[in-house]
Design a protein around this ligand. Sequence first.
Ligand SMILES: NC(=O)c1ccc[n+]([C@@H]2O[C@H](COP(=O)([O-])OP(=O)(O)OC[C@H]3O[C@@H](n4cnc5c(N)ncnc54)[C@H](OP(=O)(O)O)[C@@H]3O)[C@@H](O)[C@H]2O)c1
Length: 253
Amino acid sequence: MTSIDSPALPGADGAPVAVVTGASSGIGAATARALARDGHDVVVHYRGDPDGAERVAEDVRAAGRLAATWRLDLGALNATDDFWGPLRARVDGGRPVDALVLSAGVDQRGDLATFSSTDIRRIFEINAVAPLIVMQGVPDGVARGGAVVAVSSVAARAPMTISAPYSASKAALESLVASAADWLAEREIRVNGVAPGAVATPMQTPERQELLRGSGILGEPEDIADVVLTLLSPATRWVTGQVVRASGPKIQP
Ligand SMILES: NC(=O)c1ccc[n+]([C@@H]2O[C@H](COP(=O)([O-])OP(=O)(O)OC[C@H]3O[C@@H](n4cnc5c(N)ncnc54)[C@H](OP(=O)(O)O)[C@@H]3O)[C@@H](O)[C@H]2O)c1
């Protein structure tokens, strides 16, 4: 399996272009696959797992769409062009992005007193600062009429004691969804969020997945991808600035 980025998406054939961050795994991977089935060409972003990203890109191609993989550490953005500059190079032909999904994220659990300032900063950099910096470039990078979906967590409004920095970073992300939606309304770009409950991805340990599955409250990545797709689709053209809680039978505040 290759460990270098695949060639950029070639020029336009009229298909919409989607970019999914954190698409090498879990919810981002399921979303990239769902977008391909929906007729999008997809830029599969990843950081440390090129094989995972390439597997997803192969699935996109198997669905008859174009795919390019793209590596970027979202923990180290200094300016919006650090994201949009290399992204433009992944999409030839001046094709604007129609759908942007911000799924990359990290969690870390522990008693609040045990987190180092480096840990706290890393969680915020990836989960909240990067989406803010990426959002700054949306007016130029996303097509008029396009849409953005950020993947939050139910922990934003129901903070978890064992994940205080993560919960706080997701609350910041949900605030961004509201302000960016207002900011981008004039350009007819919608910004929404999905806040999943527990989902069966590497973010949950196998033991925890077993426990949650037994209680009937463990979602699959595809359950969330379907909500993301709905928020990107014309069916929700009159919806912006909202965060949908997607937690199966467990109702969340
Ligand atoms: N799973 C859950 O129970 C759950 C619940 C609520 C919300 N969420 C949210 O859902 C989103 C997706 O999580 P997941 O469950 O699908 O987890 P996952 O399977 O662990 O995927 C995380 C993704 O984020 C990418 N990523 C991590 N650090 C990065 C960095 N520094 N720069 C760029 N990309 C980075 C990873 O890329 P590489 O692997 O290539 O490094 C991976 O593709 C996250 O925002 C998470 O907070 C998850």
